[in-house]
Ligand binder design. Sequence first.
Ligand code: MN
Ligand code: ZN
Length: 324
Amino acid sequence: MYFAGATVAGNSSNANEDWTTMTSDLAVVLDGATVRTETGCKHDVAWYVRKLGASLIAEAASKSHPLREVLATAIQDVVNLHPECDLSHPGTPSAAVGMVRVENGFLRYVVLGDVSIVLDYHGKIEVVSDGRVSETAPEERRIADQYPIGAPEKNSALVKMKHAELAARNHDGGYWIAASNPDAANEAIVGEIEIESVRRFAILSDGAARSVDLFGLYDWTAALDVMENEGPDELIRQVRVTESGDPSGERFRRNKASDDATAVFATASSRTPKKAEAKITRITPRRKVTDEERRKAIADVLNSGPNLPGIMGGQVRKGWRTTD
Ligand SMILES: [Mn+2]
Ligand SMILES: [Zn+2]
């Protein structure tokens, strides 16, 4: 598997609450949910995603362990790490999850929440994501969208929206996400594809997927092309350029000017991507050094002055060549 990834905080003064890892057969993207209320937990969201991510790697290592079970066990592992916190609090830290594991000739995936997995296989593109969270609290969302980013009215509307969202979190009829209830994993979307038919795939947090689904900079095929040819960091750079051209969110309605953004790109085969070829071309010397030039360079060094003891070699020890 060839893979490349980038993750960038939305705002340089805040911690990145996305998290990602890639191993030889596993790729994970987590997107910690923004905290706007009390949480009942002394840990922050960045801690939550680090711990959940570490548990996912550990639990996914047993390939007989199906991905929904991997996710449920990892959620429970993190619960066990902080019994002192009030994990039944409605604002307890949470994260959307996208994970791909390559095993026994199959690519298997699990998605919980609004992380997007983009699959290019059998000549078609399929995007797997659960956008139910953005369908909750429609009235509160509509009100929040009326105000420019940074306005005090916007911030208080977003807190109201968050309360409505949290009331729908991990409940039937609402949306499901990794938090402190392992049963949420039963609601995750899972699927598998024969690895031979997979050309390439990507996993994106919503902060990176907005390049396509909010800004419309390109379609999914073109987004994969950008990541493959120029790197996932270039996709995120283009997202940031678009955001900085619309800082108050008038053109593209959104909660924050920039969200944490993560993009992972992979090919299922070990095919060398174009970017690596380009890099090798750049480091090739433009011109061969001739033997004459090499001789002259060596002579210049030898003739540049006496090799004084104390500068190059220090004191010459007396009798250093004698054998007795
Ligand atoms: Mn996000
Ligand atoms: Zn805690």
